[in-house]
Design a protein around this ligand. Structure first.
Ligand SMILES: [Zn+2]
Length: 192
């Protein structure tokens, strides 16, 4: 799906957002959409303008009532960085982070066969947070019990981290050929 280049208030490229995130930023007033001439639009102006377009380089989002172009470029108007979005620490999100795989044996299981495991057990002061909680299958969870991975002989296959939804720094790794031509002149002035 198409991606949107995010500029800060000084028109410097700071991030890349997926189209949902880009439109959300415009919808909530945190960013304005820019057309090819870098004319700014707020959300309602963007809806009005783009509904009449036949083509849009990044495509359209359509519903029964609405046809909305995905902006190729948006500009943050309130902040100079994409606002940080905290990822809720929930069972569901831990499973999603670990792609429903047991952190000890690597088995992929349906949600109802997975548990959360505290790497450093709670009984030994291990905190209930992203970096100490992993997805575990039932057999591994039982086997590990109140032991550390080293004591149980069950090394972690993944290092538990707090997931980040922010897209800062996403520009650099993109291969050049993936960069839409409309971004190039903007990237030329960016110090990404
Ligand atoms: Zn397992």
């Amino acid at each position: 799906m198409s991606r949107t280049l995010v500029l800060n208030r000084s028109f410097r490229a700071v991030a890349v957002a997926d189209w949902q995130r880009a439109l959300t930023l415009v919808y909530t007033g945190l960013a304005e959409a820019l057309d090819e001439e870098l004319t700014p639009y707020d959300f309602s102006a963007w809806v009005a303008a783009s509904s009449g377009w036949v083509e849009a380089p990044a495509g359209f989002v359509r519903s029964t009532r609405l046809k909305l172009a995905v902006p190729e470029v948006i500009r943050l108007v309130r902040y100079d960085r994409v606002p940080h979005r905290e990822v809720a620490f929930t069972r569901h999100n831990v499973f999603a982070r670990d792609r429903h795989r047991c952190a000890y044996c690597g088995a992929k299981k349906p949600t109802d066969e997975l548990d959360l495991d505290h790497v450093v057990p709670k009984s030994r002061g291990g905190p209930h947070e992203w970096t100490n909680v992993v997805t575990s299958c039932r057999p591994c969870n039982l086997k590990k019990a109140d032991k550390l991975p080293s004591e149980a002989g069950m090394p972690l296959k993944v290092r538990p981290v707090k997931p980040r939804w922010t897209l800062i720094g996403a520009l650099v790794p993109h291969p050049r050929r993936d960069i839409p031509s409309s971004w190039r002149r903007l990237l030329a002035s960016a110090d990404a």
